[in-house]
Design a protein around this ligand. Sequence first.
Ligand SMILES: [Zn+2]
Length: 183
Amino acid sequence: MATSDSQHEDQRFLVLRSFRDLPPALLFRGLLDSAAVECSLADENTIRMDWFWSNLLGGVKLCVRKADADSAASLLDQGVPEKFEVEGVGEYQQPRCPKCQSLEISFQGLNKPVDYTRALLGGHLPHSRSLWECDSCGYQWPESNEKPPANLLISASSVLLIVMTIGTMLIWTIAAVRSVASH
Ligand SMILES: [Zn+2]
């Protein structure tokens, strides 16, 4: 039946907005919560673990049901606060467009995925790791080099290397166990 199909479709979750940082995502989730709009944050746990992954995954995503998407979007459009308190995080200040000072900017993620491969291999960190774009004037600029601190990024890549090493060791162990079991 067409009616139940479209009802089912309306219940599906879709990505309403992507954020680079967790604080604004939490703020907007709180906004929707207070308006009784059901929503969830995708990748929230991963983002909490490390800023590094935020870039890798394209940020934290605020998801709402399709049926609520329009009302949720208009709620979010009512204004981007310049700075606000986030529980457990402290004051968060929204970045602005350096050209027109607009707060309506979006994070475009990485310029080149290969930059991260270089970082992982211990190479020099590229100067422009990622890109912002202004929704008002279209100006693009690279992420400031102060955030995150280089040592955070390096420690994050060390963690990733360890995880990768453990993964490889696991595969070897499983292969070894299997070959023993088959004999
Ligand atoms: Zn601008």
